[in-house]
Ligand binder design. Structure first.
Ligand code: FRU
Length: 452
């Protein structure tokens, strides 16, 4: 168990577990006016361990009520990441007395990794394991996990994408119980970095210019030095069996910061809403947060946007449009620890948040038209891991030229930045020993402010 936090780093808007360790979001679904969030949870320690599914519910994706643990390890192993499906037509046959079953699919991590299922008849509070588990046995792979089920508009029924070592595998089912393999997806190294392990894939259709474009997202582990683990996306098509990247498509970062991983999207919402684990697998267990470890990103609404560099995934924080529009010109004094900034600029410009103890974080656009976040002086506190000093400045080229807007949400110990309509996003954890007191701008940019 870690030592007490040097101060309270718990964010106000970002979901954190009541205590102990949390990683990936799991089983995200929306029904009857309630958003459900399950998550990888170790209830006995603040470091990763035997995985359970923790559970919380919310009406607005910002105020959460903690619920009892939903899934505990069983004879097939611990409960790794997975998804939820509301089986409204009761094709699985688990429904009773007109009540549609909620199904969850997850990886059992025991002697090997396999895919299992459980169903709930009380809206996701308690689950019964399927007697036929696993629904997918292991095909001889060490890494074979994180099932995500989606509707198959080509064949009808449902498809499941599973990460399988250095690629994804696809399966099809009409009853959600029997699954048949339909294909594999392993883009070329030119299209996507050749990662050591794929994790938490997700795939979804998006409307773009009157057509449907499919987006594949995947989180990638690189075992060698010099690459940080990150989450990528590719655009393409889904032919009913597998995902085919667009001609010339090259994977882009879903988020260019260091703390955004294992994201997944909601089942049952009109908009495509993404939540990720806002931490970095390289040093996640070493952050100085004390009684809890791990937080979720803000919920992000996704869309595809045409840019001078082609079509890109764009994101903005769910429900916060008006907050940014109504942000007020501001005198530079930060009174609270949770606030939004809208920064408008042209050419190079930056904003620094700083306290009276020499700690600061700087972000903006540089002379080369790159967006960046530099947290190298953000705190005297160091995360106790060799990866931390290597992960201080993140920087990526913009997809646009000319004027820019950066929307920022700062929440006690995390900074989320959305540049150019969220076509470039950055998430970074920060642990200033004392709250930042001022925002100082440089170059040609103006700051508007909203307390949150
Ligand atoms: C990603 C991941 C998943 C796995 C889970 C285990 O962070 O490694 O691949 O299911 O975490 O906690």
């Amino acid at each position: 168990m870690s030592s007490p936090a040097p101060r309270n780093f718990r964010p106000k808007l970002h979901f954190t577990p009541p205590s102990m360790w949390m990683n990936d979001p799991n089983g995200l679904f929306y029904a009857d006016g309630t958003y459900h969030l399950y998550y990888q949870y170790n209830p006995d320690d603040t470091i990763w361990g035997p995985m359970h599914w923790g559970h919380a519910v919310s009406k607005d994706l910002y105020h959460w009520e903690h619920c009892p643990i939903a899934m505990e390890p069983d004879e097939l192993g611990t409960i790794f990441s997975g998804c939820a499906v509301l089986d409204s037509k009761n094709v699985s046959g688990f429904g009773k007395n007109g009540c549609s079953p909620l199904l969850i699919f997850y990886t059992n991590d025991g002697k090997c990794e396999c895919q299992s299922m459980a169903y709930s008849l009380d809206g996701g509070m308690t689950f019964t394991r399927y007697s036929g588990n696993p629904v997918l046995g292991n095909p001889g792979l060490k890494d074979y996990r994180d099932p995500k089920v989606f509707r198959n508009p080509v064949r009808g029924g449902y498809s499941m994408i599973v990460s399988a070592h250095d690629r994804a595998m696809f399966y099809h089912s009409t009853d959600l119980k029997h699954w048949e393999k339909t294909g594999e997806c392993k883009p070329t190294p030119k299209q996507i970095h050749n990662a050591d392990v794929w994790e938490c894939p997700d795939i979804f259709p998006m409307e773009f210019g009157g057509k449907t474009v499919w987006v594949l997202v995947v989180s990638m582990i690189f075992l060698g030095e010099g690459h940080e683990n990150h989450m990528l996306y590719l655009t393409g098509t889904f032919d009913g069996d597998t995902f085919l990247p667009d001609e010339g498509a090259i994977a882009e970062r879903v988020d260019c910061g260091f703390d955004y991983y294992a994201g997944s999207t909601y089942w049952g919402t009109d908009e495509r809403i993404l939540i990720a684990w806002e931490n970095c697998p390289d040093y996640a267990g070493q952050v100085p947060t004390g009684e809890y470890c791990g937080q979720m990103s803000l919920p992000r609404v996704l869309h595809l946007q045409e840019t001078p560099a082609g079509k890109k995934l764009a994101a903005h924080p769910f429900g916060m449009e008006k907050i940014f529009e109504d942000a007020k010109p501001f005198d530079g004094c930060l009174t609270g620890e949770t606030f939004a900034l809208r920064i408008s600029g042209e050419g190079s410009g930056s904003v620094t948040l700083e306290n009276d103890f020499g700690e600061r974080v700087t972000f903006g656009v540089d002379e080369e038209n790159h967006v960046y976040v530099d947290r190298s002086a953000s705190s005297a506190l160091q995360v106790n891991n060799p990866s931390w000093p290597l992960m201080q400045k993140s920087c990526q080229p913009r997809f646009y030229h000319g004027r820019w807007t950066i929307d920022v949400v700062f929440d006690v110990s995390v900074l989320e930045l959305y540049c150019d309509d969220g076509t470039r996003c950055f998430s970074n954890l920060l642990f200033p020993t004392h709250p930042y007191k001022r925002a100082v701008s440089k170059g040609n940019c103006q700051i508007a402010f909203a307390a949150l």
